[in-house]
Design a protein around this ligand. Structure first.
Ligand code: AMP
Length: 429
């Protein structure tokens, strides 16, 4: 029988979809470590973990994220399921978390409701370095209270999370976007100003739908014209002014450093009052490593109580890129600490139980598979990164011992099988 008769025709090799990537060991250990540091910062501040579905009713994002945003108009992965429902893969985590808080009546309990989540998001973007169609965020939300101390806590938690990860070369940008009292009048003022500029058709349409977004336009031709635009910070109502001042005072008390960016708008529609972004100084075009703000209308938009919330999302993938840009890519921890090398059939029968015993005692252990001889098995032991090889020969088994080899120094000695776990634990502690 020929090869093709045995296996059928050779099929094309498949790869991950455009704009997505795989995270493999050993680098995946850094991904997990970064995720852990960021979420630990949140747990220390009393945030509780929430898991929501990866897809939601499309209305959650249409109403939550906002009809006029790029995310909703151009970037959502929306599909009709077999039951005829319109569902969307989540492009961000906030709207789903607020939907869950409303559905489970969390607003009726202790306020603020402090929640966090971690997970994959999906946006049909033009892929480039740092901008993917599938990316991971850690998301924190404090719901149900409008207290400037919460805003200060939220901004500071992001800084503390980046500190915990080890990042240093980034800027915290801060702005206030006003609220329903002062923003409508400001929007009109801004619209009037923008209508007088020479803008392309698409940007002119944006002026009508969402003029604040035009302030965020990075194209030099637009940015230069917009430079003299009226700014929200100069048109805040008394309530928003007091709120913003209180947030800044409390951040200063905490020793958090920030710069004011009066044109910081961010891409999602729901933000009001405090808005902020963490911008890395060495990442080029996709430099935002996290950001968020207060969103006083979101809960009501999703059919919940008319109450406020504040939150942020930190991009895990971009945080990893930022670490690399700062030359901080952490050393990968070895995959295992011990590696069992069985020689001969009797030893092979003992190898997996012995490795299991070590694992149960908390020693990360692997073993040689595939009937390898001494040379091949020792090569695997070296490659595993283990500090010790536990060599089991036929003679050793008969004598009730194993040879414990220090793979760094090469020193080797026999250890009674009954003492192996304790000996290894001691050596590794
Ligand atoms: P946003 O949900 O748009 O406010 O973004 C919050 C953070 O998520 C950003 O600061 C980025 O770190 C990250 N992020 C957003 N979009 C992407 C993307 N397409 N690829 C990778 N990271 C992203």
């Amino acid at each position: 029988m020929s090869d093709s008769e045995r296996t059928g025709p050779r099929l094309d090799r498949l790869s991950a979809p455009k704009g997505t990537f795989d995270t493999l060991p050993p680098e995946s250990a850094t991904f997990l470590a970064v995720r852990e540091e960021i979420t630990r910062t949140l747990r220390l501040a009393g945030y509780g973990y929430v898991e929501t579905p990866v897809f939601e009713d499309t209305a959650v994002f249409r109403r939550g994220v906002g009809e006029s945003t790029d995310v909703v108009t151009k970037e959502m992965y929306t599909f009709t399921d077999r039951g005829g429902r319109s569902l969307t893969l989540r492009p961000e985590l906030t709207a789903g978390l607020v939907r869950a808080a409303i559905e489970h009546n969390l607003y009726a309990g202790q306020l603020p409701v402090k929640l966090y989540s971690v997970g994959a998001n999906f946006r049909y973007e033009q892929p480039q370095a740092g901008r993917y169609r599938h990316f991971t965020q850690v998301d924190a939300e404090a719901l149900g209270l409008d207290d400037p101390t919460l805003d200060a806590e939220m901004v500071a938690l992001g800084v503390q999370a980046f500190d915990a990860v080890g990042l240093g070369d980034y800027t915290t940008e801060l702005n206030s976007l006003g609220d329903r009292t002062c923003r409508p009048a400001y929007r009109e003022k801004l619209r009037d100003f923008l209508r007088g500029l020479s803008l392309d058709e698409q940007t002119r349409q944006r002026v009508e739908v969402n003029p604040l977004r035009v302030l965020d336009d990075k194209r030099p031709g637009v940015a230069a014209q917009v430079a003299g635009a009226p700014l929200m910070v100069d048109h805040l109502c008394a309530g928003c002014r007091a709120h913003y001042d209180a947030v800044r005072d409390q951040l200063a008390d905490l020793g958090v450093r920030w710069v004011e960016n009066p044109t910081l708008v961010r891409g999602l529609d729901y933000y009001t009052r405090t808005t902020f972004e963490y911008v890395h100084n060495r990442l080029g075009a996709q430099a935002s490593i996290g950001g968020g703000g207060r969103y006083d209308g979101l809960s009501a938009q999703l059919g919940g109580p008319d109450t406020s919330g504040i939150g942020w999302a930190i991009g895990v993938d971009r945080t990893l890129l930022a670490l690399a840009a700062e030359g901080l890519a952490p050393k990968q921890p070895p995959r295992v600490a011990a590696f069992v090398v069985p020689l001969g059939d009797a030893a092979r029968r003992r190898a997996l139980p012995l490795a299991t015993e070590l694992r149960q005692a908390g020693v990360a252990t692997d073993l040689a598979f595939g009937g390898k001889g001494l040379k091949g098995a020792m090569r695997s032991a070296d490659r595993s990164g283990a500090r010790y090889a536990v060599i089991l020969g036929e003679r050793d088994i008969a004598d009730g011992v194993a040879q414990l080899k220090d793979l760094g120094s090469g020193a080797q000695h026999a250890v009674p099988l009954g003492d192996l776990v304790t000996t290894l634990k001691e050596k590794l502690s």
